[in-house]
Design a protein around this ligand. Structure first.
Ligand code: AMP
Ligand code: FE
Ligand code: FE
Ligand code: ZN
Length: 293
């Protein structure tokens, strides 16, 4: 059984529609797929319809933009009730922060002699729920300023780049609690990824997050080398946290992140689903079920 628990559609910064994402997963022999767009559930309904047609198990998730001691941390929230008001409000605040950042980013680019209009970015962003740097990157590609998204991040948009602008992100511990209160389970995405520099996520921190309801750690991710994976796996084993592996697929938007390039062990997936069931029961919320064909 091939299980991929972290993928993006064009409702955030992926380049395929939710339907294309699910169909592609079917073709790649994925049995269980999670759709985890950044900060939005907008792709859920379409993905669920496609999954039913394709005969694929779908897990509804969100990759929530969080911060810990000033650094960015991404939290995968699986199967929360999306109508739980505190969660919906916080996601709204993050999406607003994304859109508010755009003019400031474009002003910085203009200062560097690069003229891009908000409409250019909105057009390439298409159906996305909110703007992200990848959409600005796509507009830069369209203008012929850079070759691809990677070059745009390396040259302008990365956190040390000349066109970087901070935006709102949710406090990590608070979001872990909120996801649990919404009846879902959370997993820290690529905790030691190359693009994220937070030494703060050590075993003691994971233990503290587990006390707030954290269910697991995304260990197998392209941003982790072999040593990092082994160390994270040992931490997860010590703390009895679920271990996940996933592609972080973004369509053509990210190279070397093909569907199924990392996968989750069926036993870990079963534990995650059990924890989600327990969380739903404890919260009393009506949560999405894992859509099984
Ligand atoms: P934002 O969410 O707007 O802050 O933009 C961050 C997103 O950009 C991440 O979630 C990644 O999907 C994407 N990203 C970061 N670095 C790169 C890169 N070098 N190439 C392509 N996409 C990237
Ligand atoms: Fe992304
Ligand atoms: Fe991420
Ligand atoms: Zn992601």
């Amino acid at each position: 059984m091939r299980i991929d628990l972290h993928t993006h559609s064009d409702r955030s910064d992926g380049t395929t529609t939710p339907t294309e994402l699910v169909n592609h997963a079917g073709k790649r022999g994925i049995d269980v797929l999670a759709i985890t767009d950044h900060d939005t559930t907008e792709g859920w309904a379409e993905a669920a319809e496609a999954a039913e047609r394709e005969g694929l198990t779908l897990v509804r998730g969100i990759e929530v933009s969080c911060k810990l001691e000033g650094s960015a941390v991404h939290l995968l929230a699986y199967l929360p009730d999306p109508t739980y008001e505190p969660l919906a409000a916080e996601l709204g605040r993050i999406l607003e922060g994304r859109n508010a950042r755009l003019p400031a980013t474009l002003a910085k680019l203009r200062h560097l002699g690069i003229e891009i209009e908000e409409d250019d970015v909105r057009r390439v962003a298409g159906d996305a729920a909110a703007m992200g740097r990848p959409h600005v990157a796509d507009a830069l590609v369209e203008k012929g300023v850079v070759q691809d998204r990677s070059e745009a991040f390396d040259t302008y948009l990365g956190s040390r780049g000349p066109a970087y602008v901070k935006r709102y992100a949710a406090p990590l511990e608070e979001m872990v609690r909120m996801v649990a209160a919404a009846g879902g389970v959370s997993v820290v995405a690529h905790p030691w990824g190359r693009r994220y520099t937070h030494q703060a996520l050590d075993e003691a921190r994971f233990a503290a997050l587990q006390d707030e309801g954290l269910a697991g750690i995304e260990v197998d991710h392209q941003d982790h080398d072999e040593r990092e994976r082994e160390t994270l796996r040992a931490i997860a084993r010590n703390l009895d946290l679920v271990v996940t592996g996933s592609s972080d697929y973004h369509g053509d938007g990210k190279v070397d992140h093909d569907l199924g390039c990392n996968t989750t062990d069926p036993e870990d997936f079963a534990r995650l689903v059990d924890l989600a069931r327990a969380s739903a029961a404890a919260s009393g919320r009506t949560t999405p079920t894992v859509l099984v064909p």
